[in-house]
Design a protein around this ligand. Sequence first.
Ligand SMILES: [Zn+2]
Length: 343
Amino acid sequence: MQAVYLTGHGGNEVVAIGERPMPVRQPGEVLVHLHAATLNRVDLYMRDSGAGITHTLPQVMGIDGAGVVETVEEGYPGLKVGDRVLLYPGVTCCHCEFCVRGDEVLCTTMKLLGEHRDGTLAEYISVPARNAVPMPDGWSFEEAAALGVNHLTAWRMLMTQARLKPWETLLVFGIGGGVSLAGLQLAKAMGARVIVTSREQEKCDQALALGADAAICSSTHDVVKDVMRLTGKRGVDVVFENVGAAAWDAALRSVVRGGRIVTCGATTGDQPGADLRRVFIRQLQIYGSTLGNLAELHDLVRFCAQHALRPVMDRVYPMQEAHAALDRLASGQQFGKVAMSIA
Ligand SMILES: [Zn+2]
């Protein structure tokens, strides 16, 4: 089968496009004929370093994906040959303390597609049948693939961790990337008020067109000052953050007393100064979050179908143009998901 796979680490030279062996379906697994995947920042991390992530090369890239069920055991509940499915990216043990309590995203031995094992930038993949989730009706495979990582991450951040309420105000830093756009979309669909920031005016304008209530261009405006003006000097209820060091101080100063900050990334650096006095005197709550549980993915799919919410797509590349797609993601110029069509 054709696949995009890593032969080493460091730049696009190590990304190969060519033949890899067909996966062999094991008992309890589903063989999926993949039609699309989208790129995530972790793909760049795996390409450039992969440090700290146990894996063996060559390894197929790609963490999210969607396709059609090719083979599955007859009678498997809710799944049959020909079904259109998207994939939950974590293969978990089902037995550890965290899996048993239904928080398998914390599984001590979780293996992620495209990180610890072969991923989704391939014509076929075999995963435990529970990892295949029926796609919403009428969606493209690219849109469905996008739900499995970015939207799932944003969903857990807002619903499970920060528990955003419809009458609250959310501040999303760095609009344009997949997770921050998912945060904007989900929070608006919930009914919350959403303020976004970006260094680029164009991305601010695009976010306003998508329904953001206000947008602050951080290269020309003081984010904290504008947030205070927009909230009657009160601050926002929840800050949604994955920018890291460059936004952390503004995040701490933009949130209301007793407010929540939820973070899932640190693109600009992971060691910001922390004003601990502000954290305890103002009783701020800080949540770390990454990915989500399988049950949360099922909830998310239903929520998206009910609210006619679809991921924002930037560009779709054929698999043969994987290098250009990775460059597009690395450039930071994208607005929405960079997707790969697997024909
Ligand atoms: Zn486990």
